[in-house]
Ligand binder design. Sequence first.
Ligand code: SAM
Length: 243
Amino acid sequence: MRLPYGFTFLFLWCITAAGCSADSGATDDGVYEFKTASRDGIGKVYMGREISHVMGHLGAGWLERPERERLERTDLLIDRLPLRPDHHVADIGAGTGYFTFPVAARVPDGQVYAVDIQPEMLAMLSDRSRSLSVDNVTAVLGSETAPNLSPGSIDVAFIVDAYHEFSHPREMGLALADALRPGGKLILIEYRAEDRSVPIKALHKMSEAQVRREMEAIGLTWIVTEDYLPQQHVLVFAKPDKS
Ligand SMILES: C[S@@+](CC[C@H](N)C(=O)[O-])C[C@H]1O[C@@H](n2cnc3c(N)ncnc32)[C@H](O)[C@@H]1O
């Protein structure tokens, strides 16, 4: 459904397989363990890590807090993402679009797919897109198990402060790998669990070793971990070229 101002708001339900990565709703429950939920978690454990609650859309103001750029150097992250002007980029767990729009400015001949599972977040993102008259952002309603992106269509996917709350991280990881073109990159930005001075709840942080374990388990190749941000790791993975 095309909306005015050149903004495309896609509700991709994958009615047909054409153009969408598979999202049969099938889950890989055998890889998870279950326990009594801790205060910030859902009681579901993946590779030793309890998954956190999803941040609800009522927390949108926190994502847009004015001090965020200064404290987290989000400007540096946006500048350093490895992008070309024609890249097709996916912002997974895009929320209000805090990163979507500055990244869209970096790919004027490309496209940014802003994926989230909360329609309320996507509605805020759409409002912003209209007010900015941006024509290279597409909002995509994902599911808990898949981002609903076309196979092999994405050059760079990035996930800021969201992967730790994916209720089905293995399924999401596999579906994301499917959406990447061979050689495409998946970049995870997570608060550093190794650093006790980072003022974020434990389940909202991840260690470098844990992220690597989870990504390597789905067949992605670790390229580099960059620690130029004050509070977060930036971990870069690649989908192997066809062997
Ligand atoms: C803490 S917010 C971060 C938003 C944004 N990346 C930012 O840094 O401003 C996490 C977002 O991830 C979304 N999310 C949670 N599980 C998801 C999934 N399986 N697929 C896509 N988005 C998901 C939530 O709805 C929420 O908007």
